[in-house]
Ligand binder design. Structure first.
Ligand SMILES: [Zn+2]
Length: 358
């Protein structure tokens, strides 16, 4: 049958087509079999493991009154990295679901056993580093189960993803954000870069993922998101097990700006004109066990061959100098005395070479 519509009729048809979307706005969000109404938030404790090693993951779901993307946020993948953990507490207070478009899945503290056990790097119940266990195992050890639950319940449901870290207990770190990039996922890479910029940090590190690495297990929390083609970024802010407002505030401000960038709240994101982009990083590892004396602090610029510290034996003798293996900025350097053979002593971000005038 031939459809011949008048202009008025056609206009009505177009309105009719969009009407359900215009009126319906937002549906409920189902999490852990519970229905969360638009404009509300709910708290969950995801149960992990049984018996003496049982624990939980505290997650808040903020379901906006308006439709929009799902943003996954994780803090405390490392339980001794306090600045992002405390920033997450403030972020939870600041997100207002009644004015939010979309949904925020906020993992307040991914690694409760490491936090309560005051344990750097690893979960004390199984001695595993959560940020080396993604995508995790449903029936694995506590850490593997935490990775699995975060993968399934948060990462797999996100359109955008941010994992928040700082320097761990012994790490003197210079704040930066990073984003994942791969030729395989150009769009997710580009969106990740825009997210990194919207976080408002003045140093941006590019995590280039080689093609063969894309076919292996992700290991890292945010890389698991990227392997699923989700634009994915990290914040690294805070150091040495300390909590300073100068570290917590930029994380909170950055996340609020990210919400604006993604159109989840109103307003303009932070826009820095010329952040420093770091495409390559290099590290120096310790040749021996011993006592490390750092001569530099994070954020300092070093030239290749410059002495950054030295290591003595346990009698305070036979010092071995540690030299920078490249020119660039110290992203982090060990800031406490213990050092083991093979551990990273210093991580240097290489500065982009200035372009020669044509
Ligand atoms: Zn970390």
């Amino acid at each position: 049958m031939l459809h011949i519509m008048s202009t008025k009729c056609r206009a009505l048809a177009v309105i009719g087509c969009f009407l359900p979307f215009m009126l319906s706005a937002q549906n409920s969000f189902v999490f852990q079999e519970q229905s969360i109404a638009p404009g509300t938030h709910q708290k969950f404790k995801l149960k992990i493991a049984e018996g003496k090693d049982s624990t939980f993951i505290p997650i808040s779901v903020f379901h906006g009154s308006q439709p929009g993307p799902v943003l996954g946020l994780t803090a405390g993948v490392h339980g001794y990295e306090y600045a992002p953990i405390l920033a997450a507490q403030q972020i939870a207070q600041r997100i207002d679901p009644s004015t939010l478009s979309g949904t925020v899945l906020l993992v307040h503290l991914a690694n409760v056993p490491a936090f309560l056990g005051r344990s750097p790097y690893v979960n004390p119940t199984d001695q595993k580093n959560l940020n080396r266990e993604f995508p995790g195992k449903a029936e694995g050890s506590t850490t593997e189960q935490i990775a699995y639950q975060i993968t399934q319940e948060v990462i797999a449901r996100s359109d955008y993803f941010l994992d928040m870290h700082s320097g761990d207990a012994p790490e003197d770190l210079r704040p930066y954000v990073g984003y994942y990039r791969s030729g395989r996922f150009p769009e997710a890479s580009q969106q990740g870069e825009a997210m990194a910029r919207a976080l408002g940090f003045d140093h941006i590190v590019i995590f280039d993922v080689a093609n063969e690495r894309m076919d292996e297990p992700s290991l890292y929390c945010s890389q698991e998101a990227f392997h699923r083609q989700i634009p994915s970024v990290d914040i690294e802010c805070g150091r040495l097990g300390t909590v300073h407002t100068t570290d917590v505030d930029p994380i909170v401000k950055g996340v609020m700006s990210l919400l604006r960038h993604l159109g989840m709240t109103k307003g303009e994101p932070i826009s820095l004109k010329a952040p420093i982009i770091i495409q390559e990083r290099t590290s120096v590892t310790s040749p021996q066990d011993g006592i490390f004396y750092s001569l530099k602090t994070s954020g300092e610029f070093v030239a290749e061959g410059m002495k950054v510290g030295y290591i003595t034996d346990f009698f305070g003798e036979n010092p071995v100098d540690v030299f920078a293996n490249a020119s660039g900025i110290i992203l982090y350097i060990i800031g406490t005395p213990p050092i083991k053979q093979g551990e990273t002593v210093v991580r240097i971000g290489l500065m982009p070479t200035p372009k020669k005038p044509e």
